[in-house]
Design a protein around this ligand. Structure first.
Ligand code: FES
Ligand SMILES: [Fe+2]
Length: 378
């Protein structure tokens, strides 16, 4: 049931059962700065987080950086064409090494060099070289040059981050001993790998900052009960009544069927749109009426702001007029959603609501809330 804030703070944890009266995550988890801090550890340092697309770094030495919370990793293709990720932190004295490098504008280097004292690392993270000043003790009266130990390349190498992939989609995990990506993804891995996602090129990226908690947008993405009232252009040609919401452990999918007679473009999944939400903050969007797909990265900035990175993949990075129009329609949809979630967030911030009431078709939202609660409680 809906619980208004009556000052007694009588909110309960989200119940595992959606028919239970405490089926939503208490509102304070959307507005409390301490929860944002806690999520850096309990959510973003523990689960597999999307890093980027393999097509962005095809050649050895190609790299991009990805910031997860207050940590940044370098994702690089090594000399054997394998993918690796390292903290963007020097093993000498901890300097940030490479500049922010989004995958839309990747870098290339034959090694990773720290600008502070020029320690240089191989693409597999081993220490390659240090300047002579680290091999000689000329300025240290207590040491002879021959007493200076040689640094072990591996012991003094970069700190590697767990990296794995679903098709060309790269994920990183900041935990020391994480569950496998296959375990977190479950059947999603096989399902997505049955599509030729690697045959598509990144054609557009839009980055937006939105005034609400990241989970507010995630919840909005996960249901279409709001579509009729708010996305007139989008639902034209879609049979909402034939939509289906499927929920698995760490992901859920919204299937939308296009009306008969809607011209289905050559596409990944003709005539059917599928929107995959993969906990904690990644979505894959297959439109059914465009030969391409999109992804969202929903990065929290603080408790009341997040950044949406919306990427669009097509067969050719040069878009046809029709594809440009399609992307514009999708952008319009995003902007409509931004308005909705900012409005919802104003309400949440007012502190009037203590715990929301989810409906029967919001079982995807319920799953989102439950995973958050599980992460906090773990
Ligand atoms: S901190 Fe990187 S070389 Fe010194
Ligand atoms: Fe929406």
């Amino acid at each position: 049931m809906t619980r208004w804030n009556d000052g007694t703070d009588a909110t309960a944890s989200v119940s595992p059962d959606i028919t239970d009266e405490t089926n939503a995550l208490p509102a304070k988890y959307f507005t409390d700065p301490a929860v944002h801090e806690m999520e850096q550890e309990t959510v973003f340092s523990r689960y597999w987080v999307y890093a980027g697309h393999e097509n962005a770094i095809r050649e050895p030495g190609d790299y991009f950086t990805r910031t997860v919370g207050d940590r940044q990793v370098i994702v690089v293709r090594d000399k054997d064409r394998g993918m690796r990720a390292f903290y963007n932190v020097c093993a000498h004295r901890g300097s940030k090494m490479v500049d922010d490098t989004p995958m839309t504008d990747p870098g290339n280097a034959n090694g990773i060099r720290c600008p502070y004292h020029l320690w240089t690392y191989e693409l597999d993270g081993d220490l390659r070289s240090t300047p002579r000043s680290f091999e000689e003790a000329g300025m240290n009266p207590d040491l002879e040059d021959e007493d200076v130990p040689r640094l072990d390349p591996e012991e003094n190498g970069l700190r590697e981050v767990h990296l794995d992939s679903i098709g060309p989609l790269l994920f990183v995990n900041l935990d020391d001993d994480p569950m496998s990506l296959a375990e977190q993804a479950g059947t999603l891995k096989e399902e997505l790998e049955s599509f030729p996602l690697e045959d598509y090129e990144l054609a557009r990226r839009y980055v937006s900052e939105v005034e609400c908690n990241w989970k507010t947008f995630s919840g909005n993405y996960s249901e279409c009960d709001h579509c009729q009232a708010n996305h007139q252009d989008w639902i034209e040609g879609i049979s909402l009544s034939e939509s289906e919401l499927v929920v698995d452990d760490h992901y859920w999918v919204l299937h939308y069927t296009h009306d008969e007679g809607v011209e289905a473009a050559e596409s990944l999944i003709e005539g059917e749109a599928r929107f995959y939400y993969f906990w904690p903050n990644f979505t894959l969007n297959m439109y059914g009426n465009a030969d391409g797909y999109g992804t969202y990265i929903i990065d929290p900035i603080d408790e009341g702001r997040f950044q949406l990175i919306a990427d669009y993949y097509f067969k050719d990075a040069e878009l046809s007029d029709e594809e440009k129009e399609f992307v514009q329609l999708s952008r319009k949809l995003q902007e409509e959603d931004f308005e909705l979630v900012e409005r919802q967030y104003e309400g949440l911030k007012s502190d009037a609501l203590a715990q929301a009431q989810l409906g029967p078709n919001e079982h995807t939202v319920h799953r989102l809330h439950l995973l958050a609660q599980e992460a906090y409680d773990a």
